[in-house]
Structure formats: C-alpha cells, structure tokens
Design a protein around this ligand. Structure first.
Ligand SMILES: C[S@@+](CC[C@H](N)C(=O)[O-])C[C@H]1O[C@@H](n2cnc3c(N)ncnc32)[C@H](O)[C@@H]1O
Length: 286
C-alpha cells in the first residue's frame, strides 16, 4: 500500500470561494511574532514602500503637516498605528508632545528604544486603537498609510468616533485613504508559490495560494493568502480594503463629527486629481 498524502480539497474549495465582505481571516497578523519581524524590516527598509513610505516622503509629509495644521511646539499629537515611530520621532524633534499607539509589540519596542537613544520624550502605547479611550487630550491626530481602509465599515465608524473624542475641540485630523485606482493597477492576483523558507509568512517551508476578490459595487477588495506549512497546517490571512473617493469619504468623516478642511492626492500637498490612487485629508473636530 502506498502512503499517498491527502489534501483536504473541500476546505481548499471553500477557501477559494469569495467570502462575505469583511469576514475576518487569521487575527494574528501585525503582532504575530514571526510576521512582525518581517514587517519591522519592511518599515525600516528605505527602498520599499511595503509597510511605510520612504524617508524623503515621510520628511516632506511631516513638514507639510506642521504647516497645513499650523502646529506649534508644545502642542500635543497622537499617531494611531505609529509603527516603529517614523513620524512620531520627527514630530517630537519639532517640539510636539507626541503619543504613538500601535499593537505590534515589536514595533513599539523598537520605537521606545529609538526614542531613548535619541533622548526624545515620546509616549508609546502597545494597544489596539479600536479600544482608544482618550478624551479631549490632543491638538492633532494622525492615521497614516491607509489604515482606515482595512477596517469594516462598523470598525471605521468606531475608530473615527474614538479619534474625535480623543481630540480637543477644534482638534485636527490628518489621514489618507486609497481609491479604486490603486486596485485597477494591482488587479486580481490569482497565483501560488512554494518557499523553502524563511519567507514573509513563515520561517519554514510553505506554500502560498494568493487570491484577489473584488466587490466593485461596494468599492471593496480582498487580498487573501492561504499559507500551508510542511505539516499541512493552513492559515488564511485576509487584507481587506474599502476604497474611497472625496464624495464617499466626506459623509463618513462628517458622520463621526468632523468637517473636511482639505483634500489632496497625497500627504505632501499635491492638488487633488480624479485619477489619484490616494487621497490625503485634513479634517477638524466640530
Ligand atoms: C501600514 S502600517 C503604517 C504604519 C505607519 N503609520 C507608517 O506609515 O509608517 C499599519 C500600522 O498600524 C498598526 N495597526 C494595525 N491595526 C492596528 C490596530 N487595530 N491598533 C493599533 N495599531 C494597529 C500596525 O501594527 C502597523 O504598524
């Protein structure tokens, strides 16, 4: 009798069908002990925009934000999803009182270490920003590199209301969101590859089945990765994206109590054009 390996085809079939919108995949992604190491390396690699923008763009963004929000030394700012602190450290160097929140333990450890080395007084918190309880504390808030878009509509409202509550009256909020143009460029990725490891997802040998699912009537897109390890264990990772236009993001921000003060193609002040892949926004607590 031969020892023929058995693949669970039913499960594979199920996983390769389009799931309901925002059905979660594996919850441990940003804070996964192995993946967070790859993410941190990506944040710190100046030659890729996989996790953060490049250092020259970040520098320009910080200068632009200081000007467009009229920020003054001594004012307070919170950066949600601060990663390893690429914006927070620059803003603290300009004299702001900065708080950074992220729920990658590895990124927060790195950020704390860097702040100590650079003698910068920054408060970093390892926390899921969907549980933010701060109230009336900050002159400004940041949510940068499309961090609103992977959340379900319910969680987007939840987060925006929490940011609104955390700001002082008249407090300002800078964020960026993706548009459908970015999906048009990336397209549907239906492919697979074998890695001997170490790879992005796992240290050991593994197979990755990558699927893209489009929900055009809801401006929603899913990048799904099924990662199968040598012992047959399979994990489904899902990156959801809810894309926006200026017309569709405005009511979402207004519904959470913000007034939209400016719309750009990015966070360095490029005037808005309808073909943009990103929308940079300045909103204000009303
Ligand atoms: C695309 S990265 C952007 C990082 C940073 N804003 C930048 O542009 O360099 C998203 C960041 O948000 C963090 N993050 C994702 N979901 C989060 C949540 N629910 N609570 C706190 N941080 C979260 C991740 O750990 C990651 O550092």
């Amino acid at each position: 009798m031969t020892n023929t390996p058995v693949l669970n085809c039913q499960l594979l079939h199920l996983w390769t069908q389009q799931p309901p919108r925002f059905e979660p995949g594996e919850p441990l992604f940003w804070d996964d002990p192995y993946i967070s190491e790859q993410m941190l390396a990506a944040h710190l690699n100046p030659n890729t925009e996989a996790a953060s923008r490049t250092p020259p763009v970040i520098e320009k963004t910080v200068n632009w934000m200081m000007t467009v929000m009229g920020l003054q030394p001594g004012q307070s700012l919170i950066d949600l999803g601060c990663g390893p602190g690429l914006y927070t450290s620059r803003l603290a160097q300009r004299g702001l009182h900065v708080t950074g929140v992220d729920y990658s333990r590895r990124s927060i450890d790195y950020a704390n270490h860097t702040a100590a080395e650079q003698k910068l007084d920054i408060t970093y918190r390892y926390q899921n920003y969907l549980t933010l309880e701060d109230e009336n504390l900050y002159d400004a808030a940041l949510l940068i590199y499309g961090d609103l878009c992977p959340l379900s509509p319910e969680n987007q409202v939840n987060l925006l209301r929490r940011i609104h509550r955390a700001l002082k009256p008249g407090g300002q909020f800078v964020l960026d969101v993706t548009t459908r143009q970015i999906r048009a460029r990336h397209g549907l990725k239906n492919s697979w590859y074998v890695s001997d490891g170490p790879g992005f997802w796992k240290a050991g040998p593994h197979v990755v089945l990558q699927h893209g699912f489009d929900y055009p009537e809801h401006d929603t897109f899913l990048d799904q990765y099924i990662v199968i390890e040598a012992d047959g264990r399979a994990t489904v990772y899902r990156n959801w994206f809810l894309d926006y236009s200026p017309e569709t993001i405005r009511p979402v921000l207004e519904g959470a109590g913000f007034a939209v003060r400016g719309v750009w193609n990015d966070l360095v002040g490029t005037p808005y054009t309808p073909d943009t892949e990103w929308i940079g926004l300045l909103a204000q607590k009303e």
